[in-house]
Design a protein around this ligand. Structure first.
Ligand SMILES: [Zn+2]
Length: 298
């Protein structure tokens, strides 16, 4: 079972910035306590990026020369360190997908940057690792069809737009209707949830959706965006899942993939608890549940 992490996933941001960059490190620490070992991914190449990103934007990210207007939409400056982390994060999702095809499961302890659009990042997302990986798998003939299962509390709008020209990549997004982005894109299937939804109702919705997604997409791999921001304590979520509910969600996804006999690769996704140690434990528990390790929720 392979987990991908790189020390450069944690890039310095301006003082007092609200994005919890240190969560990648606290997640790695929590996974280490559970006995997980890590491999470092290779950096994503320009050729990979421009399958879904505009060449001018990919070049701007690589050169750490992203226009201010786009940096404002992203929410932080694309410094050389952020450029490196963004490209490594794409490399991590790509590596996890390749490893999952071989082993059945793998995870990137970053990624899930689902708001990044072809010609510019948005919402803390610089490059769309899910879309780049999906396009790469299809372009290189490693799979003929795939499913992106986006369980972050926000819609995977960038992924839907980036993959609009790739019909063999089926995008699914389960998100809070009234959350960011205000203007939603159109995924292969979108399910919008009411504010304040808690464990039981959420799990009922997911359980009802999963079989049909496998029937329609007939995927040869599933790329999971396992954001933990549907949690009740999340600053940016609008739902009310508990830790136990998130882990039940993740076990349900695992069981659906196993039942269908389809390998799955997991990305970290969103999570904005003020307590970054607790947030790291939450992300770690999510990844471990997807990996098939039961973690007792408090
Ligand atoms: Zn999110």
């Amino acid at each position: 079972m392979r987990f991908f992490f790189h020390p450069a996933y944690v890039a310095p941001l301006p003082d007092g910035h609200s994005f919890p960059m240190s969560k990648y490190e606290t997640t790695r620490e929590a996974l280490t306590r559970a006995g997980v070992l890590f491999e470092e991914p290779a950096i994503a190449t320009r050729e990979m990026l421009i399958r879904v990103h505009a060449e001018a934007y990919a070049d701007a990210v690589i050169a750490a020369g992203v226009p201010k207007e786009i940096e404002r939409r992203i929410g932080f400056p694309v410094t050389p360190a952020v450029s490196l982390r963004s490209r490594l994060s794409v490399g991590g999702t790509w590596a996890a997908a390749r490893a999952a095809l071989a082993d059945g499961f793998a995870a990137n302890v970053a990624g899930g940057s689902h708001h990044a659009m072809p010609d510019g990042g948005a919402g803390y997302c610089v490059l769309n690792d899910l879309a780049v990986t999906a396009a790469g798998l299809l372009a290189e003939g490693l799979v003929q069809r795939l499913l992106i299962l986006d369980l972050d509390v926000h819609q995977g709008d960038g992924t839907a737009v980036c993959l609009a020209g790739w019909p063999a990549a089926f995008t699914f997004s389960l998100h809070a209707e009234r959350n960011f982005p205000v203007r939603k894109a159109r995924s292969g299937r979108d399910v919008e949830l009411a504010d304040g939804m808690a464990d039981a109702e959420y799990l009922d919705v997911l359980a009802a959706e999963l079989p049909g997604l496998f029937d329609v997409a007939r995927p040869q791999i599933v790329l999971v965006q396992a954001g933990v921001d549907p949690h009740v304590d999340d600053r940016l979520g609008r739902l009310a899942l508990t830790d136990a509910g998130l882990q039940a969600r993740d076990r349900m996804v695992r069981e659906a993939c196993l039942r269908a006999g389809v390998p799955f690769a997991v990305t970290l996704g969103g999570g904005y608890d003020r307590d970054v140690v607790r947030l790291g434990e939450r992300h770690a528990a999510s990844l471990l549940s997807l990996a098939g390790h039961y973690v007792a929720a408090e």
